[in-house]
Design a binder for this molecule. Structure first.
Ligand code: AMP
Ligand code: MG
Length: 391
């Protein structure tokens, strides 16, 4: 049995980033940038008005003063207007500030009298002018290699005139749920049977980390069908198998993988829950064998499969987000494996929820964070701990 860290490092050593490609920015959401990107334009690109109002010269303006309106500057076309003292230009939000002007007076703050305005306020240099480059200067880094392209990132790329962006690859995944006891939700349950929840769980986890789910298949604990399902699943970049990786007679996965020529790199990891975890390779496919207990499948997916998928997609940050939180109870681990305790992170407190056993799906469903309690560690209530947020 190897340590969790060794297992993770080994997997990350083995999996390779997929080839990069150019994508239209409209399709780039949630992919990872494959190169640094730099601003081509300053933002704003030119001095412009933040308000509908009048462009003026602040130094020549006082409350009560009358100014002559010499023209109109709408957004969209620079009319190259130029003003002198005693003059104003009617202007609209986003329109270029006329030469000579250095402030905008809101239209609500003037009284219009024919082609004149009377100022109802004092005006300061720079009022309501959005200066060229005040948000972003040309050449500034706007996206780092390995960074996820988020909603606002796509908008920023668009504002810079990018039509395409180079991103990492997309991971395709197949899921196989093994077990004679499993029944599809919606079907009738016979005594001794249970509903297959891992298929849903794993497909959802895959989608959450940006993978495309090619297929989800249930398979009985029988050699032939399992072998056929695996042969088909390894056409994807990754294959996730749930159940059948433990030591019982019905746990056939490892044997079948070997029979198909797989290299089994890892079997059994010091992690609780999730000890029977398996990782192997067949051709270019990375195979993750997750224990069937739902919480074990969940934890091993997040700790081993998720970082591998993110690496394949070109991400820099492979870790779940960690935040400090105040523990609400005493917790200790006198076992032989680090224990992932499921809990609720709320108001900066971490409250363990539900039963902490590998089958206890309800507790997991109420949690949003994980706390790793190391072997021999003894934590006290009110201690500050780092927890991983999974939702
Ligand atoms: P296994 O890893 O195949 O020995 O399964 C361990 C436990 O997880 C057993 O109690 C199984 O019934 C349960 N289990 C296996 N697969 C699933 C699944 N797809 N959905 C829900 N529970 C499962
Ligand atoms: Mg089984």
């Amino acid at each position: 049995m190897i340590s969790e860290e060794e297992a993770r490092n080994k997997i990350l050593d083995i999996v390779r980033s997929l080839p990069v490609r150019k994508l239209s920015i409209s399709k780039s959401l949630d992919f990872f940038a494959a190169e640094d990107q730099f601003a081509r334009l300053p933002l704003p690109a030119f001095d412009n008005s933040a308000m509908d109002g009048y462009a003026v010269i602040a130094g020549s303006c006082k409350k009560g003063q009358r100014l002559r309106v010499i023209g109109e500057q709408p957004a969209g076309r620079d009319k190259q207007l130029c003003i002198s003292r005693g003059e104003a230009v009617r202007i609209f939000t986003g329109a270029p500030v006329p030469a000579g002007a250095d402030a905008i007076v809101m239209q609500e703050d003037v009284t219009r009298e024919g082609n004149k305005i009377v100022l109802n306020v004092d005006v300061d240099h720079g009022d309501f002018v959005r200066r060229r480059g005040c948000d972003l200067v040309e050449g500034q880094k706007i996206l780092a290699k390995g960074e996820r392209i988020r909603t606002a990132t796509t908008a920023l790329l668009a504002s810079q005139g990018f039509a395409e962006v180079t991103v990492g690859g997309e991971v395709n995944a197949a899921v196989i749920s093994t077990g004679d006891e499993l029944v599809k939700p919606g079907e009738k349950l016979e005594p001794g049977q249970i509903y297959d929840s891992n298929s849903l769980l794993l497909a959802a986890l895959l989608k959450r980390c940006g993978a495309v789910v090619d297929s989800v298949e249930h398979c009985r604990d029988e050699r032939e069908p399992l072998m056929e399902a695996i042969k088909s699943g390894i056409k994807s970049h990754i294959l996730i198998i749930s159940g059948g990786v433990s030591v019982g007679e019905h746990d056939l996965v490892k044997d079948i993988l070997r029979g198909l020529g797989a290299k089994i790199d890892i079997w059994r990891v010091a992690i609780k829950p999730g000890k029977p975890f398996l990782f192997g390779e067949i051709g270019d496919c990375a195979v993750f064998g997750l224990p069937g207990n739902p919480v074990s499948a969940f934890i091993t997916f997040l700790q081993f499969a998720r970082p591998a998928i993110l690496k394949m997609m070109g991400a820099t940050n492979l870790d779940l987000r960690k935040v400090p939180a105040k523990l609400t109870v005493d917790l200790s681990n006198d076992g032989e494996r680090p224990h992932y305790v499921r809990g609720k992170l709320e108001h900066r407190q971490f409250i363990p929820v539900g039963r902490q056993e590998s089958h206890a799906l309800f507790g997991l469903s109420r949690s949003n964070a994980l706390l790793q309690v190391a072997v021999g560690q003894s934590l006290k209530a009110d201690e500050i701990v780092d927890v991983q947020i999974w939702d």
